[in-house]
Write a protein that binds this ligand. Structure first.
Ligand code: ADP
Length: 607
């Protein structure tokens, strides 16, 4: 047998070509998957050609690295055939990995076909030597080379399929995968070469005279690298073009006017909404300074502000804290809000300005502010009225109630029974009215109090309340427990009133079938205290949990439970006046718990 030798430099070149071919193949697989139908077919053709040529020239360069003691040459027709086989296998492989899914069976079949294709290319290439007698292949190594071709193809297909998209860092991953694939292709080739045996006295039927194999290798390498470089360059350009197209489409369909300017201040891109908003045609804006969209009084200062942004380009809002105006083509101005975004491109930094017309919003804000102010004023007037009315009504009411009570006391039984009844109604009405007016007065006083905040011992405040409720407590036989009430900074009089109303209600709305139990307590929270007054009374339907805190809202008739419907509204006012809140939890028939909160730092509402 002849002993073949290899030129190590050309072997290295063959390896590099294999890696480059693999990289091109992976890149093309990505392109095909991302491209739409028509473009996908084009990329499939380009990719198959580049990848096929790459694999084939790896093989051919490998062959040129090999020399025997006899002259060697290659039959052009058969060599060309091997190139076609390489391109066809590549086209098949690229088509396979650009499919939406790649199930195991399809991968296995694809790997076998592609492996067979590559092996076919290799052995056809060998046949191009037209050796006489024929090359003898060692069966085991021959088989091994085919197995390697299939396994390598399987791995390559799988990698290409996984890498084709959704990969966060395709660059380095793709390079690594290209090296692995390159190694596999080279491995297959040199295994196959090891399988080939050339009997002594063989003649190469295709031996040519004179052509230096080193030169041939050089030419083939240059040709191949050029083809793949062109394919890759197109791929990169196409990707850029696509990215730009997508960017333009996104800007165009943005629901807001968008204007892109370059460092000099010229407008380079506008979308449809910009035309609508500013009343210009697109070509009237492109290439013009952005300052034409600003009222004249701001123009002089703008280039400097613009320069400032380009110095430190970060996304931000423009002119925070001051009103910004846009200028329409017709000379009218409108209020705008502008967001600035730097856009880095290979041509340098651009600024993309998103411009919203906020005229309507400003108008609505202004209307809302005026309404709130009006409401505040009318609220204050109403309160003033309620206060004055209840205050002024006290006097004539006393003038009615006093004599009426005297009349009842002195003349009871001296007139006839009907007269007694009438007087009783009148006294009852007058005292109800007195209660109502007292409550109303208390209610309207909460917001007017100028009393200073003081350290308030809540146990003491509760005691004061219970003193006022003594008669009712005694009559009801209520068991009242009190635990853990803190000392807080508050208006102590108002805290007493709060407790008095809550405990008073607990007594009033007690359950007639069980002894009344009332627990008062407080829990510390990060931001203050939450107090509770818990009873085992009649309870409240959840539907009324909010309503009962509104003034004059009652759930019962006067006959069932007397009252004015002001108590809880007053409690709410007091809690809110201290910066806290009030709410209830209850189960009808099983009692209620009223909670109110007092923040640690009481900031009183302004009277
Ligand atoms: P009034 O007690 O004068 O009716 P309030 O504003 O104090 O008015 O209470 C409003 C309503 O809330 C009451 O009419 C009653 O129906 C309900 N309510 C208040 N406290 C309790 C309670 N502890 N148990 C059951 N219902 C209550």
């Amino acid at each position: 047998m002849y002993v073949g030798t290899y030129n190590p430099l050309i072997v290295l070149v063959s390896f590099l070509v294999a890696i480059l071919a693999s990289y091109t193949a992976l890149d093309m697989a990505g392109r095909i998957t991302l491209a739409r139908e028509h473009a996908a077919r084009r990329w499939l053709a380009v990719g198959a050609f580049a990848m096929g040529t790459g694999i084939w020239s790896m093989h051919f360069i490998g062959m040129l690295a090999f020399s025997l003691p006899i002259a060697l040459g290659y039959d052009p027709t058969i060599t060309f055939l091997s190139l076609l086989i390489a391109i066809a296998s590549s086209a098949f492989a690229l088509w396979l990995v650009s499919q939406p899914v790649l199930p195991g069976m399809r991968l296995a079949l694809g790997a076998s076909l592609m492996g067979a294709g590559i092996a076919g290319m290799h052995y056809t290439g060998m046949a191009a030597m037209r050796m006489v007698p024929a090359i003898q292949y060692i069966p085991a190594l021959f088989l091994l080379s085919i197995v390697i071709a299939m396994l390598a193809s399987g791995a390559a297909l799988w990698i290409a399929f996984r890498l084709r998209r959704h990969s966060p860092r395709p660059g380095p991953l793709r390079s690594g995968a290209a090296v692995v694939m390159g190694l596999a292709i080279v491995g297959m080739h040199y295994t196959a070469m090891a399988a080939a045996q050339f009997p002594l006295g063989s003649i190469c039927g295709a031996a040519r005279n004179g052509m230096n194999t080193g030169w041939l290798a050089f030419l083939v390498t240059i040709g191949t690298v050029t083809i793949m470089a062109i394919a890759l360059t197109f791929s990169v350009l196409d990707r850029r073009l696509h990215a730009e197209e997508r960017f333009r489409a996104a800007v165009e369909s943005a629901p807001i006017a968008m204007v892109m300017i370059e460092r000099t201040g010229s407008i380079t891109l506008v979308n449809a909404l910009t035309e609508t908003l500013f009343g210009y045609q697109r070509d009237e804006l492109l290439g013009r300074p952005v300052e034409i969209l600003l009222p004249k009084r701001y123009r002089a200062a703008h280039p400097q502000l613009r320069g400032g942004f380009f110095q430190a380009p970060v996304a931000r809002r423009m002119g925070v804290g001051r009103d910004l105006f846009g200028l329409r083509k017709d000379g009218s101005e409108f209020l705008v809000e502008i967001g600035l975004n730097p856009v880095e491109t290979s041509d340098g930094v651009f600024v993309l300005a998103a411009i919203a017309d906020i005229t309507e919003r400003k108008r609505a804000e202004e209307a809302l502010r005026q309404r709130t102010e009006e409401l505040d004023r009318s609220n204050r007037e109403l309160e003033q009225f309620a206060y004055v009315a209840s205050h002024d009504l006290q006097e004539p009411l006393r003038a009615i109630a006093g004599p009426l009570t005297l009349l009842q006391r002195r003349y009871h039984g001296q007139l006839d029974a009907r007269a007694d009844e009438f007087i009783e109604h009148a006294v009852d009405g007058a005292s109800r009215m007195q209660a109502l007016i007292d409550d109303l007065l208390a209610f309207s006083r909460v917001g007017r109090s100028t009393e200073p905040l003081q350290q308030t011992d809540c146990t003491q405040a509760l005691d004061n309340a219970l003193k006022n409720l003594k008669a009712a407590v005694d009559e009801s036989g209520a068991q009242i427990s009190c635990e853990g009430l803190p000392t807080v900074r508050a208006l102590s009089g108002q805290i007493s009133v709060l407790f008095q109303n809550l405990v008073g209600n607990a007594i009033k709305f007690r359950h007639k079938d069980r002894p009344l139990q009332i627990d008062v307590g407080a829990d510390a929270r990060d931001d203050g205290w939450v107090f509770h007054v818990r009873d085992n009374g009649i309870g409240i339907e959840p539907a009324y949990f909010e309503r009962i805190f509104l003034i004059f809202q009652r759930l019962h008739t006067h006959r069932d439970y007397p009252g004015t419907g002001i108590g809880l509204a007053l409690c709410k006012r007091i809690a809110e006046h201290h910066g806290g809140g009030i709410w209830v939890e209850s189960e009808p028939g099983n009692g209620s718990t009223f909670f109110f909160s007092l923040p640690r730092q009481v900031s009183r509402e302004e009277p």
